[in-house]
Design a protein around this ligand. Structure first.
Ligand code: MN
Length: 255
């Protein structure tokens, strides 16, 4: 059943049909843009209940469809019997700490990871990434899970610690793991996740050439203001590309 045909979907889901459909598009866009691969996930706060969020079941993002979207409490619980993502606590604890956040993307996008393990801070080198003008803090999982963990955010305690390091920011890096981008809308969170990866590539290229000039804080504020009116242009082309490149999905995807 699809969002277009889906009375049954509506009966199962707390979010509106359009919100579920947009979350499915977000999964496919983030895969198509190289931010998510087999792993990583994107969620959105429920329009109908701000104490709940929507997130796919444990599945590769490119394979997610409307039927795979589950509802969670901010504590990370769901009534659905299908396996959830191990790291759902990233989402719930950020929503708990940040009432202004409407969407969360967690990825292992490859150009960002080096900045989580080096002494060079990730900073904005281009106007499309003005939201990084103040840099991005790095979450150290060892502070809560010791030196022998698998570095995953597997419980509420780690999620709470991650949300504290994110603070009031847009992006937090996770040492030896990946990053999280948040936004006041699903489209903004997706935009930030994509341009965090693009900026990381550009910054690494610039650093390879020599000294690097970064956006000032004021340039960051000004570019964010300009780009906030352009988010829908990016969403439109990314969605068109993602839908066109998806191809037919199998009838059923085990697990
Ligand atoms: Mn992860």
């Amino acid at each position: 059943m699809s969002a277009e045909s889906g009375v049954a979907v509506e009966a199962l889901k707390p979010g509106s049909l359009s919100q579920v459909a947009e979350l499915v598009d977000a999964n496919h866009i983030l895969f198509d843009q190289g931010v998510l691969d087999a792993f990583g996930h994107v969620s959105v706060r429920s329009e109908q209940d701000p104490q709940r969020f929507l997130l796919a079941r444990n599945l590769a993002p490119a394979l997610v469809s409307e039927e795979d979207i589950l509802q969670f409490t901010l504590q990370g619980d769901t009534e659905d019997s299908r396996p959830p993502y191990l790291e759902r606590f990233i989402h719930g604890e950020i929503y708990r700490a940040r009432p202004d956040v409407v969407a969360v993307v967690h990825s292992h996008s490859p150009a960002v990871v080096p900045f989580s393990v080096s002494n060079v801070p990730l900073r904005a080198v281009m106007h499309m990434a003005g939201f990084l003008a103040e840099g991005a803090p790095v979450f150290e999982i060892r502070d809560v899970a010791g030196t022998g963990s698998d570095v995953l955010v597997r419980n509420r305690e780690s999620g709470e610690a991650l949300a504290r390091v994110l603070g009031s920011g847009s992006v937090v890096l996770m040492r030896g793991h990946g990053s999280v981008a948040v936004g006041a809308s699903l489209r903004e969170a997706v935009y930030r996740a994509v341009y965090t990866e693009v900026n990381a590539r550009a910054q690494a290229s610039a650093l390879a050439l020599g000294a690097c000039t970064y956006l000032t804080s004021d340039e960051g504020v000004a570019t964010v203001e300009t780009m906030s009116g352009q988010l829908h242009r990016a969403w439109g082309i990314w969605r068109t590309r993602a839908r066109g490149s998806r191809g037919p999905l199998p009838d059923s995807v085990p697990l």
